[in-house]
Design a binder for this molecule. Structure first.
Ligand SMILES: [Mn+2]
Length: 472
Protein backbone atom coordinates (compact mmCIF):
# COMPACT_ATOMS: atom_id res chain seq x y z
CA UNK A 1 0.00 0.00 0.00
CA UNK A 2 1.37 3.36 -0.87
CA UNK A 3 1.07 6.71 0.75
CA UNK A 4 -1.73 8.95 -0.31
CA UNK A 5 -0.83 12.22 -1.86
CA UNK A 6 -4.11 13.77 -0.75
CA UNK A 7 -3.64 17.09 0.89
CA UNK A 8 -7.30 17.70 1.59
CA UNK A 9 -7.44 17.74 5.38
CA UNK A 10 -11.20 17.27 5.30
CA UNK A 11 -10.50 13.95 3.69
CA UNK A 12 -8.37 12.90 6.63
CA UNK A 13 -10.59 10.02 7.58
CA UNK A 14 -10.42 8.61 4.11
CA UNK A 15 -6.75 9.21 3.63
CA UNK A 16 -4.67 6.24 2.73
CA UNK A 17 -2.98 4.47 5.57
CA UNK A 18 0.70 4.84 6.08
CA UNK A 19 2.93 2.05 4.79
CA UNK A 20 2.35 -1.35 6.39
CA UNK A 21 5.40 -1.12 8.52
CA UNK A 22 3.91 1.79 10.41
CA UNK A 23 1.70 -0.69 12.15
CA UNK A 24 4.69 -2.44 13.67
CA UNK A 25 6.11 0.87 14.80
CA UNK A 26 2.84 2.10 16.20
CA UNK A 27 3.49 3.32 19.67
CA UNK A 28 0.80 1.51 21.56
CA UNK A 29 1.73 -1.70 19.87
CA UNK A 30 -1.65 -2.27 18.31
CA UNK A 31 -1.18 -3.05 14.69
CA UNK A 32 -4.45 -1.52 13.82
CA UNK A 33 -4.01 1.57 11.71
CA UNK A 34 -4.27 -0.10 8.37
CA UNK A 35 -7.21 -2.23 9.42
CA UNK A 36 -9.29 0.71 10.52
CA UNK A 37 -8.70 2.71 7.44
CA UNK A 38 -10.82 2.17 4.38
CA UNK A 39 -8.90 1.07 1.35
CA UNK A 40 -7.78 3.89 -0.83
CA UNK A 41 -8.19 3.76 -4.57
CA UNK A 42 -4.61 3.46 -5.56
CA UNK A 43 -3.11 5.17 -8.49
CA UNK A 44 0.32 5.63 -9.88
CA UNK A 45 0.21 9.28 -8.86
CA UNK A 46 0.34 8.24 -5.24
CA UNK A 47 3.89 7.08 -5.87
CA UNK A 48 5.22 10.59 -6.18
CA UNK A 49 4.29 12.55 -3.11
CA UNK A 50 7.13 14.99 -3.55
CA UNK A 51 5.54 16.50 -6.60
CA UNK A 52 2.24 17.05 -4.83
CA UNK A 53 1.05 18.28 -1.49
CA UNK A 54 1.81 16.29 1.60
CA UNK A 55 -0.38 13.43 2.75
CA UNK A 56 -2.82 13.78 5.61
CA UNK A 57 -1.95 12.41 9.01
CA UNK A 58 -4.31 9.76 10.36
CA UNK A 59 -7.09 11.18 12.53
CA UNK A 60 -5.90 9.45 15.70
CA UNK A 61 -2.77 11.58 15.69
CA UNK A 62 -2.88 14.95 17.34
CA UNK A 63 -1.03 16.65 14.59
CA UNK A 64 0.93 18.89 14.66
CA UNK A 65 2.41 18.38 18.09
CA UNK A 66 1.25 21.18 20.40
CA UNK A 67 2.85 22.20 23.66
CA UNK A 68 0.51 21.17 26.50
CA UNK A 69 -1.60 24.09 27.67
CA UNK A 70 -0.67 23.65 31.31
CA UNK A 71 2.94 22.86 30.44
CA UNK A 72 2.69 19.36 31.89
CA UNK A 73 3.38 16.31 29.80
CA UNK A 74 1.21 13.25 29.98
CA UNK A 75 1.94 9.74 28.82
CA UNK A 76 -0.52 10.33 25.98
CA UNK A 77 1.36 13.43 24.93
CA UNK A 78 4.66 11.52 24.72
CA UNK A 79 3.09 8.65 22.80
CA UNK A 80 1.51 11.08 20.38
CA UNK A 81 4.88 12.77 19.91
CA UNK A 82 6.49 9.44 19.04
CA UNK A 83 3.66 8.54 16.68
CA UNK A 84 3.90 11.94 14.97
CA UNK A 85 7.64 11.50 14.44
CA UNK A 86 7.10 8.01 13.11
CA UNK A 87 4.39 9.21 10.74
CA UNK A 88 6.25 12.30 9.55
CA UNK A 89 9.43 10.29 8.95
CA UNK A 90 7.45 8.02 6.63
CA UNK A 91 5.18 10.51 4.96
CA UNK A 92 6.63 14.01 4.88
CA UNK A 93 9.67 15.33 3.11
CA UNK A 94 12.22 16.44 5.73
CA UNK A 95 11.70 20.11 4.93
CA UNK A 96 8.11 19.73 6.14
CA UNK A 97 9.13 18.43 9.54
CA UNK A 98 8.02 21.73 11.19
CA UNK A 99 4.46 20.81 10.14
CA UNK A 100 4.75 17.95 12.63
CA UNK A 101 6.95 19.62 15.21
CA UNK A 102 6.74 23.43 15.07
CA UNK A 103 9.79 25.41 16.11
CA UNK A 104 7.85 26.88 19.04
CA UNK A 105 7.40 23.37 20.45
CA UNK A 106 11.06 22.62 19.83
CA UNK A 107 12.00 25.80 21.72
CA UNK A 108 9.88 24.91 24.73
CA UNK A 109 11.14 21.34 24.90
CA UNK A 110 14.84 22.11 24.49
CA UNK A 111 14.66 24.88 27.08
CA UNK A 112 13.09 22.80 29.80
CA UNK A 113 15.19 19.71 28.99
CA UNK A 114 18.43 21.71 28.94
CA UNK A 115 17.64 23.10 32.38
CA UNK A 116 17.16 19.62 33.80
CA UNK A 117 20.29 18.22 32.15
CA UNK A 118 22.60 21.07 33.12
CA UNK A 119 21.71 20.53 36.77
CA UNK A 120 22.78 16.90 36.72
CA UNK A 121 26.29 16.06 37.92
CA UNK A 122 29.01 14.79 35.56
CA UNK A 123 28.55 11.30 36.90
CA UNK A 124 25.02 10.46 38.01
CA UNK A 125 24.47 8.08 40.86
CA UNK A 126 21.41 6.12 39.88
CA UNK A 127 19.65 4.54 42.80
CA UNK A 128 17.04 2.03 41.65
CA UNK A 129 16.05 1.12 45.21
CA UNK A 130 12.82 2.98 45.41
CA UNK A 131 14.04 6.51 45.93
CA UNK A 132 11.68 7.55 43.20
CA UNK A 133 8.21 8.51 44.17
CA UNK A 134 5.26 6.73 42.65
CA UNK A 135 3.04 3.83 43.49
CA UNK A 136 5.25 1.16 41.94
CA UNK A 137 8.27 2.30 43.93
CA UNK A 138 7.04 1.06 47.28
CA UNK A 139 10.02 -0.84 48.48
CA UNK A 140 10.59 -2.53 45.14
CA UNK A 141 13.68 -1.70 43.18
CA UNK A 142 13.47 -0.70 39.54
CA UNK A 143 14.91 -2.58 36.61
CA UNK A 144 17.60 -0.61 34.80
CA UNK A 145 17.96 -0.74 31.03
CA UNK A 146 21.15 0.47 29.39
CA UNK A 147 21.19 1.53 25.73
CA UNK A 148 24.20 2.19 23.48
CA UNK A 149 24.62 4.28 20.32
CA UNK A 150 21.41 4.97 18.41
CA UNK A 151 22.66 7.40 15.71
CA UNK A 152 19.43 8.83 14.42
CA UNK A 153 17.79 5.45 13.76
CA UNK A 154 14.38 6.58 14.97
CA UNK A 155 12.45 3.44 14.08
CA UNK A 156 14.90 1.18 15.84
CA UNK A 157 14.70 3.37 18.95
CA UNK A 158 10.90 3.21 18.86
CA UNK A 159 11.14 -0.54 18.58
CA UNK A 160 13.64 -0.75 21.42
CA UNK A 161 11.44 1.29 23.75
CA UNK A 162 8.43 -0.85 22.97
CA UNK A 163 10.40 -4.05 23.30
CA UNK A 164 12.10 -3.17 26.58
CA UNK A 165 9.07 -1.36 27.98
CA UNK A 166 8.86 2.41 28.24
CA UNK A 167 10.40 4.38 31.11
CA UNK A 168 8.18 3.87 34.15
CA UNK A 169 8.27 4.01 37.92
CA UNK A 170 9.79 0.54 37.99
CA UNK A 171 11.98 0.93 34.91
CA UNK A 172 14.93 3.30 34.54
CA UNK A 173 16.75 3.88 31.24
CA UNK A 174 20.35 4.94 30.83
CA UNK A 175 21.26 6.02 27.30
CA UNK A 176 24.98 6.00 26.61
CA UNK A 177 25.12 8.81 24.03
CA UNK A 178 25.47 9.18 20.23
CA UNK A 179 21.83 9.98 19.52
CA UNK A 180 22.60 11.94 16.37
CA UNK A 181 24.69 11.75 13.15
CA UNK A 182 24.83 9.08 10.44
CA UNK A 183 21.15 8.21 10.55
CA UNK A 184 18.49 10.46 8.99
CA UNK A 185 16.38 11.07 12.11
CA UNK A 186 18.79 12.35 14.72
CA UNK A 187 16.58 15.28 15.58
CA UNK A 188 13.52 13.09 16.13
CA UNK A 189 15.53 10.61 18.16
CA UNK A 190 17.04 13.29 20.38
CA UNK A 191 13.73 15.13 20.83
CA UNK A 192 11.76 12.05 21.79
CA UNK A 193 14.33 11.08 24.40
CA UNK A 194 14.35 14.64 25.72
CA UNK A 195 10.57 14.49 25.99
CA UNK A 196 10.80 11.34 28.09
CA UNK A 197 13.51 13.03 30.15
CA UNK A 198 11.26 15.99 30.89
CA UNK A 199 8.32 13.72 31.64
CA UNK A 200 10.21 11.34 33.96
CA UNK A 201 13.56 12.92 34.83
CA UNK A 202 14.43 10.20 37.36
CA UNK A 203 13.49 7.32 35.07
CA UNK A 204 15.60 8.14 32.04
CA UNK A 205 19.17 9.38 31.98
CA UNK A 206 20.84 10.64 28.84
CA UNK A 207 24.62 10.67 28.79
CA UNK A 208 26.74 12.46 26.21
CA UNK A 209 28.43 10.70 23.29
CA UNK A 210 31.32 12.02 21.26
CA UNK A 211 28.82 12.78 18.48
CA UNK A 212 27.01 15.27 20.69
CA UNK A 213 29.60 17.85 19.64
CA UNK A 214 30.00 20.64 17.12
CA UNK A 215 32.77 18.87 15.29
CA UNK A 216 31.06 15.52 14.78
CA UNK A 217 27.68 17.00 13.92
CA UNK A 218 29.30 19.18 11.27
CA UNK A 219 30.92 16.17 9.59
CA UNK A 220 28.41 13.35 10.08
CA UNK A 221 25.13 14.95 9.16
CA UNK A 222 23.23 16.26 12.16
CA UNK A 223 23.93 19.93 11.46
CA UNK A 224 22.74 19.59 7.89
CA UNK A 225 19.75 17.51 8.98
CA UNK A 226 18.62 20.35 11.23
CA UNK A 227 19.18 22.98 8.55
CA UNK A 228 17.17 20.99 6.01
CA UNK A 229 14.36 20.28 8.45
CA UNK A 230 14.01 23.79 9.84
CA UNK A 231 15.11 25.96 6.91
CA UNK A 232 15.64 29.56 7.97
CA UNK A 233 15.12 28.55 11.61
CA UNK A 234 17.70 25.80 11.24
CA UNK A 235 20.67 27.71 12.60
CA UNK A 236 18.70 28.65 15.68
CA UNK A 237 17.60 25.06 16.23
CA UNK A 238 21.14 23.72 15.74
CA UNK A 239 22.56 26.24 18.24
CA UNK A 240 19.98 25.24 20.82
CA UNK A 241 20.84 21.57 20.30
CA UNK A 242 24.54 22.28 20.85
CA UNK A 243 23.67 24.16 24.03
CA UNK A 244 21.68 21.18 25.19
CA UNK A 245 24.54 18.78 24.35
CA UNK A 246 26.73 20.81 26.71
CA UNK A 247 24.38 19.94 29.53
CA UNK A 248 24.44 16.19 28.95
CA UNK A 249 26.17 14.41 31.81
CA UNK A 250 29.15 12.17 31.09
CA UNK A 251 28.69 8.99 33.06
CA UNK A 252 26.58 7.12 35.55
CA UNK A 253 27.02 4.64 38.35
CA UNK A 254 24.02 2.34 38.61
CA UNK A 255 23.14 0.86 42.00
CA UNK A 256 26.68 1.49 43.18
CA UNK A 257 28.06 -1.29 40.99
CA UNK A 258 27.82 -0.52 37.26
CA UNK A 259 29.75 2.32 35.66
CA UNK A 260 28.48 3.50 32.28
CA UNK A 261 29.93 6.05 29.87
CA UNK A 262 30.09 6.40 26.10
CA UNK A 263 33.82 5.82 25.60
CA UNK A 264 34.84 4.59 29.01
CA UNK A 265 37.75 5.19 31.36
CA UNK A 266 39.82 8.34 31.67
CA UNK A 267 43.14 9.63 32.92
CA UNK A 268 44.04 11.37 36.12
CA UNK A 269 44.70 15.03 35.50
CA UNK A 270 46.67 15.74 38.62
CA UNK A 271 49.57 17.93 37.58
CA UNK A 272 52.78 16.35 38.74
CA UNK A 273 55.30 18.61 40.50
CA UNK A 274 57.92 17.99 37.85
CA UNK A 275 55.70 19.71 35.31
CA UNK A 276 55.23 22.74 37.52
CA UNK A 277 58.95 23.17 37.98
CA UNK A 278 59.41 23.60 34.31
CA UNK A 279 57.66 26.91 34.42
CA UNK A 280 54.57 28.24 32.75
CA UNK A 281 55.52 27.53 29.20
CA UNK A 282 55.58 23.81 29.80
CA UNK A 283 52.65 23.60 32.14
CA UNK A 284 50.17 22.51 29.59
CA UNK A 285 49.12 18.92 29.75
CA UNK A 286 49.78 17.61 26.34
CA UNK A 287 47.56 15.21 24.45
CA UNK A 288 50.72 13.40 23.58
CA UNK A 289 51.31 12.57 27.20
CA UNK A 290 53.34 9.39 27.08
CA UNK A 291 52.12 6.13 28.48
CA UNK A 292 54.38 6.24 31.51
CA UNK A 293 53.00 9.52 32.80
CA UNK A 294 49.41 8.40 32.32
CA UNK A 295 47.49 7.15 35.32
CA UNK A 296 43.89 6.16 35.73
CA UNK A 297 41.46 8.86 36.86
CA UNK A 298 39.02 8.46 39.73
CA UNK A 299 35.32 9.17 39.98
CA UNK A 300 36.18 12.10 42.26
CA UNK A 301 38.20 13.64 39.46
CA UNK A 302 35.41 12.94 36.99
CA UNK A 303 32.97 14.72 39.25
CA UNK A 304 35.14 17.84 39.19
CA UNK A 305 35.76 17.97 35.44
CA UNK A 306 34.31 20.78 33.36
CA UNK A 307 31.98 19.29 30.81
CA UNK A 308 30.68 22.45 29.19
CA UNK A 309 33.18 22.45 26.33
CA UNK A 310 31.91 20.30 23.53
CA UNK A 311 34.81 19.83 21.20
CA UNK A 312 38.34 18.68 21.01
CA UNK A 313 41.03 19.74 21.68
CA UNK A 314 40.53 18.81 25.25
CA UNK A 315 43.13 20.27 27.54
CA UNK A 316 43.63 20.72 31.21
CA UNK A 317 40.50 19.74 33.07
CA UNK A 318 38.87 19.00 29.74
CA UNK A 319 41.04 16.00 29.14
CA UNK A 320 38.66 13.97 31.26
CA UNK A 321 35.52 14.57 29.18
CA UNK A 322 37.56 13.88 26.02
CA UNK A 323 38.70 10.55 27.44
CA UNK A 324 35.27 9.56 28.75
CA UNK A 325 33.68 10.17 25.35
CA UNK A 326 36.39 8.91 23.01
CA UNK A 327 38.45 6.18 24.69
CA UNK A 328 38.47 2.49 23.76
CA UNK A 329 39.49 -0.66 25.56
CA UNK A 330 42.61 -2.51 24.55
CA UNK A 331 43.93 -6.02 25.10
CA UNK A 332 47.31 -4.56 26.00
CA UNK A 333 47.79 -3.71 29.66
CA UNK A 334 48.18 -0.12 30.76
CA UNK A 335 47.03 3.25 29.49
CA UNK A 336 48.14 4.66 26.17
CA UNK A 337 47.16 7.56 23.94
CA UNK A 338 44.47 6.51 21.48
CA UNK A 339 46.46 7.13 18.32
CA UNK A 340 43.84 5.69 16.01
CA UNK A 341 41.27 8.23 17.07
CA UNK A 342 43.70 11.02 17.85
CA UNK A 343 41.92 11.68 21.12
CA UNK A 344 41.18 9.75 24.26
CA UNK A 345 42.94 6.68 25.60
CA UNK A 346 43.33 2.98 25.16
CA UNK A 347 43.07 1.11 28.44
CA UNK A 348 43.98 -2.46 29.20
CA UNK A 349 42.26 -5.16 31.28
CA UNK A 350 44.46 -4.22 34.25
CA UNK A 351 42.94 -0.72 34.19
CA UNK A 352 39.44 -2.16 34.08
CA UNK A 353 40.31 -4.23 37.13
CA UNK A 354 41.92 -1.29 38.92
CA UNK A 355 38.95 0.99 38.28
CA UNK A 356 36.41 -1.61 39.37
CA UNK A 357 38.39 -2.38 42.52
CA UNK A 358 39.03 1.21 43.44
CA UNK A 359 35.35 2.05 43.29
CA UNK A 360 33.98 -1.31 44.38
CA UNK A 361 32.17 -1.81 41.09
CA UNK A 362 31.33 -4.99 39.19
CA UNK A 363 30.76 -3.90 35.65
CA UNK A 364 31.63 -1.26 33.06
CA UNK A 365 29.17 -0.74 30.19
CA UNK A 366 30.48 1.49 27.44
CA UNK A 367 29.47 1.97 23.79
CA UNK A 368 31.13 3.90 20.98
CA UNK A 369 32.22 1.05 18.70
CA UNK A 370 29.91 -0.18 15.98
CA UNK A 371 30.48 -2.98 13.47
CA UNK A 372 32.61 -0.72 11.27
CA UNK A 373 34.98 0.19 14.07
CA UNK A 374 35.17 -3.39 15.30
CA UNK A 375 36.04 -4.68 11.86
CA UNK A 376 39.41 -3.00 12.25
CA UNK A 377 40.21 -4.03 15.78
CA UNK A 378 42.42 -7.06 16.10
CA UNK A 379 41.64 -9.27 19.04
CA UNK A 380 38.15 -7.91 19.63
CA UNK A 381 34.88 -9.57 18.76
CA UNK A 382 32.70 -8.06 16.05
CA UNK A 383 29.49 -6.21 16.81
CA UNK A 384 27.11 -8.62 15.04
CA UNK A 385 24.99 -9.14 18.15
CA UNK A 386 25.11 -5.53 19.39
CA UNK A 387 27.40 -6.23 22.32
CA UNK A 388 30.75 -7.74 23.22
CA UNK A 389 32.43 -8.71 26.45
CA UNK A 390 35.86 -7.18 26.15
CA UNK A 391 37.56 -7.71 29.49
CA UNK A 392 36.93 -10.39 32.08
CA UNK A 393 38.99 -9.59 35.14
CA UNK A 394 39.07 -10.51 38.80
CA UNK A 395 36.68 -7.75 39.87
CA UNK A 396 34.22 -7.98 37.01
CA UNK A 397 33.68 -7.30 33.34
CA UNK A 398 33.84 -4.69 30.65
CA UNK A 399 31.08 -4.66 28.05
CA UNK A 400 30.66 -2.72 24.82
CA UNK A 401 27.03 -2.09 23.92
CA UNK A 402 25.82 -0.81 20.56
CA UNK A 403 22.11 -0.24 19.90
CA UNK A 404 21.95 0.79 16.24
CA UNK A 405 21.10 -2.31 14.18
CA UNK A 406 21.92 -2.44 10.47
CA UNK A 407 24.40 0.37 10.99
CA UNK A 408 25.35 2.71 9.47
CA UNK A 409 22.13 3.65 7.75
CA UNK A 410 23.95 4.94 4.68
CA UNK A 411 26.68 2.90 3.09
CA UNK A 412 28.46 3.16 -0.19
CA UNK A 413 28.40 -0.56 -0.94
CA UNK A 414 25.62 -3.12 -1.24
CA UNK A 415 27.26 -5.29 1.33
CA UNK A 416 26.09 -4.37 4.80
CA UNK A 417 27.16 -5.41 8.27
CA UNK A 418 23.65 -6.61 9.10
CA UNK A 419 24.50 -6.17 12.75
CA UNK A 420 21.90 -6.48 15.42
CA UNK A 421 21.53 -3.82 18.07
CA UNK A 422 21.32 -4.70 21.74
CA UNK A 423 20.26 -3.30 25.07
CA UNK A 424 21.16 -4.52 28.52
CA UNK A 425 18.72 -5.29 31.32
CA UNK A 426 20.02 -5.05 34.89
CA UNK A 427 17.72 -6.59 37.46
CA UNK A 428 17.49 -6.05 41.19
CA UNK A 429 18.67 -6.82 43.72
CA UNK A 430 22.27 -7.09 42.50
CA UNK A 431 22.24 -5.38 39.10
CA UNK A 432 25.56 -7.01 38.24
CA UNK A 433 24.35 -9.80 35.98
CA UNK A 434 23.61 -8.13 32.63
CA UNK A 435 20.96 -9.75 30.43
CA UNK A 436 21.48 -8.92 26.76
CA UNK A 437 18.59 -8.35 24.38
CA UNK A 438 19.65 -8.30 20.74
CA UNK A 439 17.26 -7.03 18.10
CA UNK A 440 17.07 -6.67 14.34
CA UNK A 441 16.57 -3.41 12.50
CA UNK A 442 13.03 -2.33 11.69
CA UNK A 443 12.61 -3.14 8.01
CA UNK A 444 12.03 -1.70 5.62
CA UNK A 445 13.49 1.54 6.76
CA UNK A 446 11.66 4.51 5.30
CA UNK A 447 13.51 6.01 2.40
CA UNK A 448 15.65 8.98 3.26
CA UNK A 449 18.61 10.87 1.93
CA UNK A 450 21.81 11.12 3.90
CA UNK A 451 22.84 14.47 5.31
CA UNK A 452 26.54 13.87 4.79
CA UNK A 453 28.67 12.51 2.02
CA UNK A 454 28.84 8.93 3.18
CA UNK A 455 30.84 7.83 0.17
CA UNK A 456 33.59 10.32 0.88
CA UNK A 457 33.55 10.58 4.65
CA UNK A 458 35.62 7.89 6.24
CA UNK A 459 33.43 5.13 7.52
CA UNK A 460 34.51 5.11 11.13
CA UNK A 461 35.28 7.62 13.82
CA UNK A 462 38.60 5.93 14.13
CA UNK A 463 40.33 7.93 11.50
CA UNK A 464 38.84 11.33 12.19
CA UNK A 465 41.24 14.06 11.38
CA UNK A 466 41.32 15.29 14.91
CA UNK A 467 44.97 16.22 14.61
CA UNK A 468 43.83 19.22 12.62
CA UNK A 469 41.70 20.33 15.53
CA UNK A 470 44.46 20.15 18.11
CA UNK A 471 45.81 23.61 18.56
CA UNK A 472 48.51 23.03 21.12
MN1 LIG B 1 30.84 7.24 19.57
Amino acid sequence: MTVSSDFDYSAAAAAAPPPDSVATATINGSASISEETPPQPSSSSSQSPSTKSSPTPPPELEFPVRWPLDGNFTLDWIHNLMACFDWSSRNLPPSEFPLAFPVSVFDSLILIASKILHKEPNCININPFGSNSGPAAEGAASTVIVVGDTHGQLHDVLFLLRDAGYPADNRIFVFNGDYVDRGAWGLETFMLLLAWKVFMPNNIYMLRGNHESKYCTSVYGFEKEVLVKYGDKGKHVYRKCLGCFEGLPLASVIAGCVYTAHGGLFRSVTITPSKRFKGKKNRKISLSQDSKSLSLGSLEELSKARRSVLDPPWEGSNLIPGDVLWSDPSKTPGLAPNKERGIGLLWGPDCTDEFLKKHQLKLIIRSHEGPDAREKRDGFDGMAEGYTIDHIVESGKLITLFSAPDYPQFQATEERYNNKGAYVVLEPPNFDNPVFHSFEAVRPRPKANAYYDYEEVIDSDEELDLASMVTT
